[in-house]
Design a binder for this molecule. Structure first.
Ligand code: NAG
Ligand code: NAG
Length: 139
């Protein structure tokens, strides 16, 4: 799965975050055209898009609800995978990648959203945008 995940991450500015797959034994890999678990059993991914490529360069909605709650709701809706969209600038512009989440919201004048983010996801707010992206991809 690691190889699959990283090639998607770098080739298409998408990253996949896998929610716990109840019956699947990780890591995932490929067998011909199929994605299979550690025991060779076929795994079907049911993915939902989560936009992280808009101006703040952070997954949308984190100023409204805690990350754990959003992840649980996605799982409860029957999805087992999240496709994060993110801007390629995050990989090519170190100044942008180094901005903190707090600074990204502040420079856009999003004070109300910043307060919501602080209340709902305080552990992410002072991470750099690239670190926040990695934390979200792995959670
Ligand atoms: C970005 O942060 C890294 C790690 O802290 C640092 O090495 C690098 O010099 C910074 N780059 C810029 C352009 O701020
Ligand atoms: C890199 O990002 C910074 C911060 O968003 C921005 O000010 C700068 O113009 C960007 N540089 C390029 C070459 O896009």
């Amino acid at each position: 799965m690691g190889r699959l995940l990283s090639s998607l991450f770098f080739l298409s500015s998408l990253s996949l975050a896998l929610l716990p797959l109840p019956a699947a034994a990780l890591p995932l890999s490929t067998d011909s055209r199929w994605i299979v678990d550690e025991t060779g059993r076929r795994v079907k991914l049911a993915c939902v898009n989560w936009a992280s490529h808009l101006e703040t360069v952070v997954a949308e909605g984190l100023s409204k609800q805690p990350l754990d709650l959003i992840s649980k709701q996605i799982g409860a809706m029957g999805f087992n995978c999240v496709r994060f969209t993110w801007p390629l600038f995050l990989a090519t512009n170190e100044s942008l990648a180094n901005l903190t989440v707090r600074k990204s919201f502040t420079r856009l004048g999003l004070t109300e959203s910043l307060a919501g983010f602080q209340a709902n996801n305080p552990s992410l707010i002072d991470l750099s945008l690239i670190d926040a992206c990695q934390v979200l991809s792995l959670s």
